[in-house]
Design a protein around this ligand. Structure first.
Ligand code: SF4
Length: 189
C-alpha cells in the first residue's frame, strides 16, 4: 500500500471525500458492510399482524419467503407500538418455528420425576373426568339462607395470552356454564 492509499484510508479523508462530516453515514461503513443486505430484503411477502403474547397488542410485520416466516419486526404504522417489539414479541417467530416447540402432550404422574407422552384423546378424557368429578364434589346450589348460588369454587380457568378472541370467548362461555366464577386471562394480569 503506497502513501496515497495510506492517506485515503484516513477516516478524516474519507469523511471529506464522501461528504460525511460527522462520520455517521458512508464514511463509517466498511467495504463488507456495503455489500450486506437485510434478510427482510429477500421476502416474497410482508404480512401485518398483532403480537399474540400480551394485552399491549404491538403491531408486527411478518416477512415470508417460500411460505416460511423469515423474520418478524415491529410495525412502524402501529399507533400502539410505533415499530417497537419487546424481546418476547421480537422472538415470536419461535412460536411457529422453534425446533424446541412441543407437539405432544406431556404428563407427569403424581410423585414421578419423569415426563411421559400421552395420547391427546386420553389426556382430554382425563381432564374431562377430573372436571366433572370436582364439579360434583364442590357444587354449591344455595347458601345457608337458601339463596341460589349455582356455582363451584372447585376449579378456575387461567387462559394464556396466545389464545385468540374466539378461543377466549368459548372458554368464558364454557366455564361460566360449568359454574366456575374464577375465570381469568394472563393478558389481564
Ligand atoms: S409481548 Fe411484547 S411485543 Fe408482544 S404485545 Fe406484549 S409488549 Fe408488545
Amino acid at each position: 500500500m503506497g502513501l496515497r492509499d495510506d492517506i485515503s484510508a484516513w477516516s478524516v479523508v474519507r469523511q471529506l471525500r464522501v461528504r460525511d462530516g460527522l462520520a455517521l453515514g458512508k464514511a463509517a461503513q466498511s467495504a463488507r458492510q456495503a455489500t450486506l443486505r437485510p434478510r427482510t430484503a429477500e421476502a416474497d411477502d410482508v404480512v401485518k399482524s398483532i403480537c399474540p403474547y400480551c394485552a399491549v397488542g404491538c403491531g408486527q410485520r411478518i416477512f415470508v419467503k417460500d411460505g416460511e416466516i423469515t423474520q418478524i419486526e415491529g410495525d412502524p404504522d402501529s399507533p400502539i407500538s410505533r415499530g417497537r417489539l419487546c424481546p418476547k414479541g421480537a422472538a415470536s417467530r419461535n412460536l411457529v418455528q422453534s425446533p424446541l416447540r412441543e407437539y405432544k402432550v406431556k404428563y407427569r404422574r403424581p410423585y414421578s420425576k419423569e415426563w411421559e407422552e400421552l395420547d391427546l384423546d386420553i389426556a382430554v378424557d382425563m381432564i374431562a373426568e377430573r372436571l366433572i368429578k370436582t364439579r360434583e364434589e364442590t357444587w354449591q346450589d344455595e347458601d345457608e339462607e337458601g339463596r341460589h348460588l349455582h356455582r363451584t369454587l372447585g376449579f378456575a380457568h387461567l387462559g394464556g395470552a396466545t389464545l385468540d378472541n374466539e378461543e377466549n370467548y368459548l372458554i368464558k362461555k364454557f366455564f361460566t356454564a360449568m359454574g366456575a366464577i374464577q375465570i381469568e386471562n394472563q393478558a389481564r394480569i
